[in-house]
Design a binder for this molecule. Structure first.
Ligand code: GNR
Ligand code: NI
Length: 167
């Protein structure tokens, strides 16, 4: 396994749209494993291939408290959504800043696993939020795109300030 570099905003590569995965081979399994390792080490609860400069529709997640429930979603599709909720989100591509984002509260998603086997999942809460956050990345979208222009400007200023102090 290998730890991958995570792209940080405003890297233009975070705006690229990921392409469907058609080949389910050992390279794809290795990419999923490397992304999980990178996510756990960061640490984060999700990671999209876009964030490690791979334009493939692949994301990994683990929202468990014990960090022992890795999930891999290839070619994810939101089939159905209900309601809305607001959750405080962070993003590994925006280290150290957080903002409230409104998302769908309940989702039904279809995806394939790393071997290409199709599955469906109905979920809510943090897992639903995280899946939507990661699918956004695959479409070149980031969480600050959901904020008002004023809130976005304040958050980006804070990000710059933190970077200056982090050196
Ligand atoms: O680690 C992460 N935490 C998080 C918290 C609330 C909502 C979404 C997330 S995803 C984020 C990791 C990340 O940047 N994934 O793209
Ligand atoms: Ni993110």
């Amino acid at each position: 396994m290998a730890k991958l570099d995570i792209l940080e905003f405003p890297d233009p590569r975070l705006r690229l749209k990921a392409q469907p995965v058609e080949t389910f081979d050992a390279d794809l399994q290795k990419l999923a494993d490397d992304m999980l390792e990178t996510m756990y080490e960061a640490p984060g609860i999700g990671l999209a291939a876009t964030q490690v400069n791979v334009q493939k529709r692949l994301l990994v997640l683990d929202v468990s408290e014990t960090h022992d429930a890795p999930m891999v979603f290839v070619n994810p599709e939101l089939l159905e959504t209900r309601g809305t909720e607001v959750c405080q989100e962070g993003c590994l591509s925006f280290p150290g800043v957080y903002a409230d984002v409104q998302r769908k509260d309940w989702i039904r998603v279809r995806a394939q696993d790393a071997a290409g086997k199709s599955f469906e999942l109905e979920t809510d809460g943090l897992l639903a939020v995280c899946i939507q956050h990661e699918i956004d990345h695959l479409d070149g979208k980031v969480f600050v795109d959901h904020l008002s222009p004023l809130k976005r400007a304040l958050l980006l200023r804070k990000l710059e300030k933190q970077r200056r102090h982090a050196g």
